[in-house]
Design a protein around this ligand. Structure first.
Ligand code: PLP
Length: 400
C-alpha cells in the first residue's frame, strides 16, 4: 500500500484555520459568534484597488507573467521599500509571489540544506508556519522564547547563547504575530551587533504588519548599517490593504531574488496576474481608505487593551503594532478551573460564543510563562465592546 511521507504526515498547520472551521460550524447551527480569531482586516479592499483589478481583466491581463512579477509591481515595491526602509532597492531586488507566506518556505529552502544540521532561530510564540517550514525543510529549529517580563521583546542573552557557526537563518517578525510587539531601533541594533560575529547567518525580517504601528515609527533591521545585504525583507498586501484573499506578497534581497524567482517558477509559475495589477494600484494609488483602516486599528487597540484590563483574572500589555493583543489569562484559568489557555478558549467559544486563539496555536508553550490567548482586534469597535461584555458575564457566572 502506498504510504505518506513522514515530512507530510508531520507537517504543521495554521491553527487559526482550524478554529475558523469550529466557528463556521457553530454559525451554521445558528449561533452568533463574536470572532477575534482570524488575522484579517474586517474591511473590504479599497475601491480603487478593485477598479484596477477590473481594468486588468478588461485589458486582457490574464496570462502568465514573468516568475519574478510584472515590472510595474517590482518597481512600485522597490520604490515603496526604498522610501520606507531608507535603502536603495531596485526592481531586480524584488520577487513577487502569491502572498507573503510562500517566502517563509522559499527563505528557509534558499539558505539551508536538508539534513545538513543547519539551524534556524525563530521566536516563540510565533506565526506557526515558521516552525512547520523549518522542520519540513529538514533544517533544525531553535526556538527563542519571547518573555512577558521583557514585554515579549527579544532575549539577547538567549540569542547569544544559541547562535553558532551552524546557524543559517534568524527569523524576526516586527510588529509581531501574536504579541503585537514592535522591536525598537535599539533592540534591532543589539541583534545586529550579535550577528556581526556570524557572517553566514541570514535574517528573515517578516514586516507584513509594518504599516500597522500605533505609537512609534516602524524600523526595519535591514536599515541598520551592514544589514541590508544579509536581510530578506518580507512585505505584503494582505494586511495593509485588506487583500488577504487576493494573495500578493513580495520579498526584497539582492542576492536571493533570482533564487526566489526560481522557487516561484517551481511552485506557482507566477503570482496571480490580475492581482499584481491591483497591487500596483494599492502601492502607488490613493491611500485614503488604507490610512483610515490603519487609524481604526489604533483606536481598537486602545479600546481592547483598556477593556481586557478591567476583566477579572486578565492582564494585558499594550502592544505597539499589528492587530493583536496577547493577554495573560493564567489567573482566570486558575479561578475558572481551566487546565490551560486551550481549555479556556474552548469554553469561551462554546459557552460565551467568543472566539480567540490559544497560546498552543503559536508553538510549544514557553516554560514559566503562564497562559495566554490571542485576540485579533480586526473587528469593529461595536463587536469589541460586545465581546468584552460577553466575557465579563461569562467570568461572573463561572467563579472568576
Ligand atoms: C507574521 C505573518 N507573516 C506572514 C503572514 C502571511 O501573510 P499573507 O496573507 O500575505 O500570505 C501572516 C498572516 O497571518 C503573518 O501573520
Amino acid at each position: 500500500m502506498p504510504t505518506v511521507s513522514d515530512r507530510t504526515r508531520n507537517l504543521g498547520t495554521e491553527h487559526a484555520f482550524v478554529v475558523l472551521a469550529e466557528v463556521n460550524t457553530l454559525i451554521a447551527e445558528g449561533k452568533q459568534i463574536l470572532s477575534f480569531a482570524i488575522g484579517q482586516p474586517d474591511f473590504i479592499t479599497p475601491g480603487n484597488i478593485m477598479d484596477a483589478a477590473k481594468r486588468a481583466m478588461d485589458d486582457g491581463h490574464t496570462g502568465y507573467t514573468a516568475s519574478a512579477g510584472i515590472p510595474e509591481l517590482r518597481k512600485a515595491a522597490a520604490e515603496y521599500l526604498s522610501a520606507t526602509r531608507g535603502i536603495d532597492y531596485t526592481p531586480e531586488d524584488i520577487t513577487v509571489a502569491n502572498g507573503a507566506k510562500p517566502f517563509i518556505m522559499y527563505s528557509v529552502l534558499a539558505v539551508t540544506d536538508h539534513g545538513a544540521g543547519h539551524e534556524v532561530l525563530y521566536p516563540t510564540p510565533c506565526f506557526s508556519i515558521y516552525e512547520s517550514q523549518i522542520i519540513a525543510s529538514g533544517a533544525v529549529p531553535v526556538a527563542l522564547p519571547l518573555l512577558e517580563r521583557e514585554a515579549f521583546g527579544f532575549d539577547l542573552a538567549d540569542l547569544k547563547a544559541k547562535i553558532n557557526a551552524n546557524t543559517r537563518l534568524l527569523m524576526l517578525n516586527s510588529p509581531h504575530n501574536p504579541t503585537g510587539r514592535t522591536l525598537t531601533r535599539e533592540e534591532l541594533g543589539a541583534i545586529a551587533e550579535v550577528l556581526a560575529d556570524y557572517p553566514e547567518c541570514w535574517v528573515f525580517s517578516d514586516e507584513v504588519y509594518s504599516q500597522m504601528v500605533h505609537d512609534e515609527p516602524f524600523v526595519s533591521i535591514a536599515s541598520l548599517p551592514g544589514m541590508e545585504e544579509r536581510t530578506i525583507v518580507l512585505d505584503g498586501l494582505s494586511k495593509s490593504y485588506a487583500m488577504t484573499g487576493w494573495r500578493l506578497g513580495y520579498a526584497a534581497n539582492r542576492l536571493l531574488a533570482p533564487y526566489f524567482t526560481t522557487w516561484v517558477a517551481n511552485t506557482d509559475s507566477c503570482a496571480n496576474h490580475i492581482t499584481q495589477w491591483a497591487g500596483v494600484e494599492a502601492i502607488t494609488g490613493d491611500q485614503s481608505e488604507h490610512r483610515a483602516m490603519m487609524d481604526s486599528f489604533t483606536r481598537r487597540r486602545n479600546l481592547i487593551v483598556e477593556g481586557l484590563n478591567t476583566l477579572p483574572g486578565i492582564h494585558c500589555l499594550r502592544p505597539g503594532g499589528a492587530f493583536y493583543v496577547w493577554p495573560n489569562v493564567s489567573e482566570l484559568c486558575q479561578r475558572t478551573g481551566c487546565a490551560d489557555a486551550e481549555a479556556l478558549r474552548k469554553r469561551w467559544l462554546y459557552e460565551a460564543n467568543v472566539a480567540v486563539l490559544a497560546d498552543s496555536h503559536f508553538g510549544p508553550p514557553v516554560p514559566g510563562e503562564g497562559q495566554h490567548v490571542r485576540f485579533s482586534y480586526a473587528a469593529s469597535e461595536d463587536n469589541i465592546n460586545q465581546g468584552l461584555e460577553k466575557l465579563r458575564q461569562w467570568i461572573g457566572e463561572n467563579g472568576g
